[in-house]
Design a protein around this ligand. Structure first.
Ligand SMILES: CCCCCCCCCC/C=C\CC(=O)SCCNC(=O)CCNC(=O)[C@H](O)C(C)(C)COP(=O)(O)OP(=O)(O)OC[C@H]1O[C@@H](n2cnc3c(N)ncnc32)[C@H](O)[C@@H]1OP(=O)(O)O
Length: 359
């Protein structure tokens, strides 16, 4: 039940990534199936005859009659799959035996020597994660979970690992739109975090520089965290009127004890790589000038272990907690819903946008 709902949520996100406009007829079909899947049979009054757009939408939804929600959800997923495969087939490319990867706007994904590397690639924005990058990471993790690599690595391009959620997500939104936008973003955030909880192979973060916000919290769901001694770890949620996400309200107290977790997640203490390592958030710290060389030599050696053994051992260690983590993720997103609409958060976002506030 949960997985078909998740497939549906993934499909809703994938629609936003379609490279080709599917045309009005398909868009109406998607709209109707979405409404039927989420609300059931058409329950809106019929729009006036001159309200062309809403009438076309109403007609499409109403035409589905009493189709059960589950059938509508499945049809929606099938329709999006057929659209995604035709829209992506032209960009699938990259010759070379071990490097067949889909192309992304904000990621560089490569596979070599049994390691799939997902590199955040918005260096001029310090790899801030915008809506599209969230969706691309979800897709890249899904693809990596099914490819024949032994390990998957998450890292950043440039001097930052990642500066967290893209705060310009808040720009240009009218008061009337904010609730829906927040809801959509939180639905996506929940799917994003679930894709870390569900990831079936060892997932390793190679933290090449400073990490902020969600880029830090999600480390608690990674299986090893290697950091350059230049990296820092900062979760300024209270500065931003926000609250913890990425399951950190559960994983951080477990990793470092509640008092140290509160120092980071509530009081926003920024840690050096050595401090994060002493708290158990980071596995090992390397000097920046030899970081890449040492880490990749280590990973290459690990990738030569038997793939099934590695995967199964990871799952034995992690799977026990999955249900708990899904629940924590859902609860954190529900608390964030209220936070994101609060004046404290809106003022912090306006501050960032008006003077590009620094931490
Ligand atoms: C209604 C919409 C709702 C959306 C809801 C989404 C749901 C998500 C819920 C919450 C999830 C996660 C929480 C977090 O991740 S909180 C952490 C957010 N991150 C920050 O607060 C960091 C902000 N950035 C900074 O403080 C600084 O930029 C820096 C990272 C310390 C780096 O400083 P610097 O002096 O070295 O570099 P700077 O010139 O500032 O940056 C270069 C350009 O990059 C842009 N940029 C950096 N970080 C971000 C960011 N997080 N969002 C957007 N843009 C960012 C910066 O603005 C510069 O751009 P430009 O060159 O001026 O155009």
């Amino acid at each position: 039940m949960r997985s078909s709902q998740e497939e549906f949520e993934n499909a809703v996100n994938r629609v936003k990534l379609l490279k080709k406009d599917p045309g009005n007829e398909v868009k109406l079909k998607l709209y109707a199936l979405y409404k039927q899947a989420t609300e059931g049979p058409c329950n809106m009054p019929k729009p006036g005859v001159f309200d062309f757009i809403n009438k076309a939408k109403w007609d499409a939804w109403n035409a589905l009659g009493s189709m059960p929600k589950e059938t509508a959800r499945q049809s929606y997923v099938d329709l999006v799959s057929s659209l995604s495969s035709s829209s992506m087939s032209s960009s699938q490319v990259k010759p070379g035996a071990d490097r067949k990867q889909q192309e992304y706007e904000n990621l560089v994904v490569t596979s070599e020597d049994g390691i799939t590397k997902i590199m955040l690639n918005r260096p001029t924005k310090k790899n801030a994660i915008n809506t599209q990058m969230y969706q691309e990471i979800i897709l890249a993790l899904k693809a990596a979970s099914k490819d024949n690599s032994v390990l998957t690595v998450l890292t950043g391009n440039g001097d930052y690992y990642c500066s967290g959620n893209d705060l310009t997500d808040f720009s240009g939104i009218t008061a009337g739109e904010i609730e829906e936008k927040v809801k959509n973003n939180l639905d996506m955030l929940r799917v994003f975090v679930n894709s870390f909880i569900d990831f079936p192979k060892p997932l390793i973060a190679v933290v090449n520089g400073p990490a902020v916000g969600i880029a830090v919290t999600i480390l608690g769901l990674c299986d090893a965290v290697y950091a350059s001694d230049r990296a820092t770890f900062h979760t300024p949620f209270s500065h931003l009127g926000l609250s913890p996400e990425g399951c950190s309200s559960y994983t951080f107290p477990k990793i470092m004890g509640p008092a140290k977790a509160i120092e980071m997640l509530v009081f926003g203490k920024k840690l050096t790589a050595e401090e994060a390592c002493a708290r158990g958030l980071v596995t090992e710290v390397f000097p920046d000038n030899t970081f890449q060389k040492q880490v990749w030599a280590r990973l290459k050696a690990y990738s030569e272990f038997p793939a099934n053994s590695i995967r199964i051992s990871k799952q034995v260690i992690r799977n026990m907690e999955k249900e708990k983590l899904y629940a924590v993720n859902a609860e954190e997103c529900s608390v964030l819903q209220e936070r994101l609409l609060s004046n404290e958060c809106i003022n912090a976002a306006v501050n960032f946008l008006s003077r590009k506030a620094k931490l």
